[in-house]
Write a protein that binds this ligand. Structure first.
Ligand code: BGC
Length: 426
């Protein structure tokens, strides 16, 4: 068997993804989620008034709780919509360094906020985990993703919990919670407002993955009491998409993760998993005789592979590094490179289908003067070798076929800016 045949047999070749079927399944799951029928996409309303202008000259405190880091800062926007970010501090995300109780989780948040609490009454809280948002913009954690360990926090209203701990320290705050993809979408809106986009999408491919888009209130059938004429960002929780066909290798790999059966789409495309999935694919290749006996034995010494290490090897298979420094024969080195490229190529194709579904759901961009602004963010997207380029190529092809105009937007510090906008809008 050659490498191409191996990839096809294992559902990792370019022809293995049925784009149309997947797009249709995505759109169906989005409708289900919006109407409150059971399905794999949470489709969580953000309750943020997207069409209001951003208040100028008022400072807001921002928390950005990501998969690895918790960042705290203060932000103020000037007349031109330009943001200045101050007091930026970075801490490990609570729950990434051993299990935490509910109390220690909130105390850690309060400790990290303490230095900036005097700066503003408002806090915009960007939260990179699935949370149901209330009409008051509090967030109730539905489940942890990204292997965070603080089980008592699941089910808690995070804003209210944090506000209680801050009050004990003598501070009353108005906390606005939003998902990081909603924040990314809002950041794109601030940066892109002069371009007059018709609608917006925010996409993150980092440790985890997710997408937000703008929906008309009248189409959010499961929510009551929304103003009929308005529109708001919806957090799709696209990493939870459950109808992407998994290959036997995906299923094997899923069983080795902390939450088998959940976030199965995320496990095919995001940074927390791509490296390990790549290693699993290499091991399977070796067991089926793709590598030489020496190559197979070199590979058996590799216990773990991160997405960064995978990407470094793809970028330059001769630059010393975890994989490149092994004594591969030229043929084995080429095969390893081919297999890992295929894992990234599949991820890019799947991510583009996910994005296409979101852009089409926004029902905008028919007029080239008013395209859909798609803000792309996340370490895996920007730092994995040829990931962003491949996603954009597929997206271009898929949306062109539908007659939809879009532009990608890149915003530095998108989660922080978006959280600041949200904190100021309420
Ligand atoms: C979380 C999402 C988040 C995404 C990107 C996923 O694991 O469930 O809420 O938006 O990662 O950070």
């Amino acid at each position: 068997m050659n490498t191409e045949q191996f990839l096809e047999t294992h559902g990792l070749g370019p022809a293995s993804v049925d784009e149309e079927a997947l797009l249709a399944a995505f759109r169906e799951e989005m409708e289900r989620g919006l109407s409150g029928r059971p399905g794999s996409l949470a489709m969580l309303p953000s309750y943020l008034p997207i069409d209001r202008p951003v208040p100028v000259g008022e400072r807001v405190i921002v928390v950005d709780a990501g998969g690895t880091n918790l960042r705290v800062a203060t932000v103020v926007f000037d007349e031109g919509g330009k943001a200045s970010i101050n007091d930026l501090q970075r801490y490990p995300m609570p729950g990434t360094k051993g299990e935490l109780s509910r109390e220690s989780f909130f105390e850690a948040l309060a400790d990290h906020l303490e230095p900036v609490l005097g700066c503003s009454k408002r806090i915009g809280f960007c939260f990179s985990y699935p949370a149901e948002i209330s009409p008051e913009c509090d967030g109730r954690l539905l489940r942890w993703t990204k292997e965070i360990r603080a089980p008592e926090v699941v089910g808690c209203w995070i804003g209210q919990g944090l506000a209680g701990y801050l009050e004990r320290r003598g501070y009353r705050k108005r906390i606005t919670m939003l998902n990081d993809t909603t924040a990314t979408l809002l950041a794109g809106k601030v940066v892109g407002q002069r371009r007059r986009y018709e609608s917006y999408v925010g996409f993150i491919l980092g440790t985890g993955t997710n997408t937000a888009y703008v929906e008309r209130n009248e189409r959010i059938l499961k929510a009551t009491g929304l103003e009929g004429a308005g529109r708001q960002p919806i957090n799709i929780e696209s990493g939870g998409f459950g109808r992407c066909p998994q290959t036997a290798l995906d299923r094997d790999f899923d069983r080795t993760t902390a939450n088998p059966g959940q976030q199965t789409f995320e496990k095919m495309i995001s940074g927390a998993y791509l490296g390990s999935l790549g290693l699993r694919v290499l091991q399977q290749g070796a067991s089926e005789g793709l590598l030489s006996a020496v190559g197979a034995s070199l590979l058996s010494g590799v216990q773990a592979l991160t997405t960064q290490e995978l990407s470094a090897f793809l970028a330059n298979p001769f630059e010393p590094g975890l994989l490149a420094s092994l004594g591969w024969s030229p043929a084995d080195r080429g095969i390893v490179h081919h297999l890992l490229s295929a894992v990234v190529a599949r991820a890019a194709r799947l991510a583009a289908i996910n994005l296409t579904a979101a852009v089409l759901k926004a029902e905008a961009g028919r007029d080239r003067l008013h395209p859909v602004g798609v803000t792309l963010d996340g370490s895996t997207l920007h730092r994995t070798h040829r990931m962003a380029a491949q996603i954009e190529q597929h997206l271009d092809r898929l949306l062109r076929a539908q007659g939809v105009h879009f532009e990608t937007i890149r915003v530095e510090e998108a989660p922080i800016l978006g959280a600041a906008v949200a904190g100021l809008l309420r």
